[in-house]
Design a protein around this ligand. Structure first.
Ligand code: CP
Ligand code: NVA
Length: 309
């Protein structure tokens, strides 16, 4: 049994194995409908319990299809219906019940400590479905999408992030170290990384460069990533922050400064950080990106449950 909490704690070879499995499984499903089960139903009899303390569309749907396609089932708990959220039950007791009833637990939370606390008491794997500090299932899946489209290992590509220093970027940084790719970050100086993150980057001697000029950050990019300027539960002066990011908007002009065949990716949901004529253009691969979550999360589930081929 293995957990999937943060990319930085998972060996590169395991991450690569997950992606290789996802590629094989995706290619075998070309003619199958969404709810048809993969040959051999490797997770038959398994129950994935999901809980979302914050909104979700894609993560919810993709984990639903992922476990179904592996022959298992899923149940989504509403935190407001649990004793846990009303201080009526401890994480320890909740975790014991989850472990007795389920096979794996996927948690989207607003508190990183909660993931650690659940991990301590669960005897089934726990998967981080987004926390304030990371979004590992998203980024592993995005690497899959990049390699699928570019038909090259991500280590040979220039990746750029334009946007806030947030949970998704933290996972992208961890991925750039695990998969050895060059990463340019374009972000206003005020929002640069924490000291802890800078230390992590320096200790890993990776090629990560930070720019306070979006135009410089996208130069030579094969892929441009972005995300909402204001994340869920981001307790900031929203108008002020949006204003500070005005020069970091992804528009046609900015895209034209990257490589000619540069693609645009965005985990969604989007705000005003990207123009429609980029988001809805041929360069944008956001719908393929969202669908690939199913394939990669299937292999993450198999990894966690010790069934990865
Ligand atoms: N990208 C992503 O995680 O989307 P949801 O918040 O809709 O799950
Ligand atoms: N950074 C965003 C990602 C949403 C999937 C957030 O945390 O709201």
């Amino acid at each position: 049994m293995r957990n999937f909490l943060n990319l930085k704690d998972i060996p590169s070879r395991d991450l690569k194995k997950i992606l290789a499995d996802a590629k094989k499984r995706k290619s075998l499903r070309k003619k199958l409908d969404n709810l048809e089960v993969d040959k051999g139903a490797p997770l038959r009899g398994k129950l994935l319990i999901q809980m979302f303390e914050k909104s979700s569309l894609r993560t919810r749907l993709s984990f639903y299809l992922a476990i179904k396609q592996l022959g298992g089932s899923t149940l989504t708990l509403r935190p407001d219906e649990l004793h846990l959220s009303k201080d009526g039950e401890s994480i320890q007791d909740t975790a014991k019940i989850l472990s007795n009833f389920g096979s794996a637990f996927m948690l989207r939370t607003d508190n990183d400590k909660k993931l650690e606390e659940f991990k301590k008491y669960l005897s089934i794997p726990i998967i981080n479905g987004l926390s304030p500090s990371s979004h590992p299932t998203q980024i592993l899946s995005d690497i899959f999408t990049v390699e699928e489209i570019k038909k090259k290992p991500i280590s040979s590509l220039n990746i750029t992030w334009i946007g806030d220093f947030n949970n998704v970027l933290n996972s992208l940084i961890a991925a750039s170290i695990k998969f050895s790719f060059k990463l340019n970050i374009g972000c206003p100086t005020k929002y640069k990384p924490s000291k802890k993150m800078i230390k992590y980057i320096e200790n890993n001697k990776n090629k990560i460069l930070i720019f306070d000029d979006a135009k410089k950050a996208v130069k030579g990019a094969d892929v441009i990533f972005s995300d909402k300027v204001i994340s869920m539960n981001d307790k900031v002066n929203k108008l002020k922050k949006l204003n500070q990011f005005k020069k970091f908007k992804i528009n046609k002009k900015l895209m034209s400064l990257a490589k000619k065949d540069c693609i645009f990716l965005h985990c969604l949901p989007r705000g005003k950080e990207v123009d429609d004529n980029v988001f809805l253009s041929k360069q944008s691969k956001v719908w393929q990106q969202a669908l690939n979550r199913v394939h990669v999360q299937k292999s993450i589930l198999l990894y966690c449950l010790g069934k990865l081929r």
